[in-house]
Design a protein around this ligand. Structure first.
Ligand code: ATP
Length: 409
């Protein structure tokens, strides 16, 4: 495989840089190691360090996409996990999307972490997709994998947009939401099946975000689909924002992201209702979702209930809902498995044809997602594939306990 890649790279690459150009001129075979010093230089990390991380497979060569790329599976110094270096005619980067810190108490966190004014946007609950232009649109997931399924759908949304024609060095960061995807299935009224909403525009090589006013202007100029912008608030607005998030939760919406105007700081804050939704989902597959996933959410709920100053009755109602979100899905799963049924997550994806669908499921399996195709059908001129995602830990362990094994939790 590596040999095949090396051969194809020899034709793909016309290196501009010293040693690499020299090797090509001499007709020498290029190996991935030959690009590492240039990539290290571009990303401002030590070349030896990058080589070490590559040897440890923390930086991985991905050959399945038509243009081979290096993918950072972990942070390496200041280079974010999810960063990708495509080895095309030149090396093209897509910097990883940074972690957004979470507030659990809004009032004090705003005062401590933010300067006077900031922009507040809706936080959509889907999956993070960076889009760049590289011969054509390419969509990259948070972990730094090119996703053919997402690319195809985002192309149908942004395909004719002039944005990349006029700004080829920029990268759109957005959230995919809707029921038709294999990563996260939450529907919104404005995007029932598949929607892509931009929340950040960055320089693809440095990863630096455009300031929020420039981003807002670009979103308007190119009519980009975008997350809702609630406008500018100040550090004294925590009460207003708490109310806003509470109302969003009642509408089954996740919460907000608070962004300094120069985009150097971002804070996320989500509603208790959306935390409950996460718990309800995770407790259905309780042995597959780690305990930290659950514990983190309980902490959020408790601090929000405190800051809201809930009355005794309101608090009891929240406690009741929290208990339901935990116990009901667990018992439902145990009952299903006791009845001999497997607990799975079922979803549909719309694909150009059955072969694309099969190749995509194979791609997911390769990434470690245990998914199988249940049914392929044609609907309204589209090929629709019904997929089952399996959760083996939950099913196997539950069955073992039902069969009398000792509990190891
Ligand atoms: P992290 O905490 O590392 O950012 P996570 O996946 O654990 O990642 P989430 O709770 O999903 O964290 O929140 C961060 C994610 O929220 C972003 O990566 C982005 O995909 C998504 N998001 C949705 N709407 C927005 C928005 N308006 N601005 C920024 N991010 C948004």
């Amino acid at each position: 495989m590596l040999e095949m890649w090396r051969r194809s790279v020899r034709f793909l690459l016309r290196p501009k840089y010293g040693a690499m150009r020299q090797m090509f001129a001499e007709g020498k075979e290029m190996k991935v190691e030959d690009y590492l010093p240039k990539i290290a230089e571009d990303l401002r990390i030590d070349a030896k360090k990058l080589q070490e991380e590559y040897d440890k497979k923390n930086v991985q060569l991905v050959e399945e996409y038509e243009i081979p790329y290096l993918r950072f599976k972990r942070d390496v110094k200041d280079v974010q996990e999810g960063t990708v270096a495509f080895i095309d005619k030149e090396i093209v980067y897509a910097r990883g999307f940074p972690k957004i810190r979470r507030a659990v108490i809004l009032e004090s966190t705003l005062k401590k972490q933010m300067k006077d004014r900031f922009q507040v946007e809706e936080k959509l609950d889907g999956y993070n997709v960076r889009t760049i232009f590289l011969n054509d649109l390419v969509c990259i997931t948070r972990k730094g994998i090119v996703c053919p399924y997402t690319t195809k759908h985002v192309k149908s949304i942004l395909g004719t947009n002039q944005f990349f024609k006029e700004n080829p060095e920029l990268m759109l960061c957005g959230e995919v939401v809707g029921l038709q995807n294999p990563y996260q299935t939450k529907s919104y009224p404005e995007a029932k099946d598949f929607g892509y909403f931009v929340f950040d525009i960055k320089d693809r090589k440095s990863g630096k975000s455009l300031p929020s006013d420039v981003k807002n202007d670009m979103v308007k100029k190119y009519a980009l689909p975008s997350v809702k912008n609630f406008g500018i608030f100040t550090i004294d607005d925590s009460g207003v924002l708490l109310d806003l998030v509470r109302t969003m939760g009642e509408d089954k919406r996740e919460g907000i992201v608070i962004k300094s105007l120069d985009m150097s700081r971002q804070i996320k804050y989500t509603s208790n209702q959306s935390t409950n939704n996460d718990l309800r989902y995770a407790f259905k597959f309780f042995f597959d979702y780690g305990q930290p996933f659950m514990f983190r959410r309980l902490i959020r709920e408790a601090f929000q209930a405190y800051e809201l100053g809930l009355s005794k009755e309101q608090l009891e109602k929240e406690a009741d809902e929290l208990g339901r979100s935990i116990l009901l899905p667990m018992v439902e799963t145990i009952r299903a498995i006791a009845d001999g049924r497997e607990t799975t997550e079922d979803f549909e994806i719309a694909v150009p044809d059955a072969d694309f669908g099969k190749a995509f499921i194979a791609h997911l399996q390769h990434l470690g997602v245990k998914a199988t195709i249940e049914k392929v059908s044609e609907r309204a001129g589209q090929t629709v594939i019904k997929v089952k995602r399996h959760y083996p830990s939950t099913n196997d362990k539950t069955k073992a306990y039902l069969d009398g094994e000792f509990c190891s939790e």
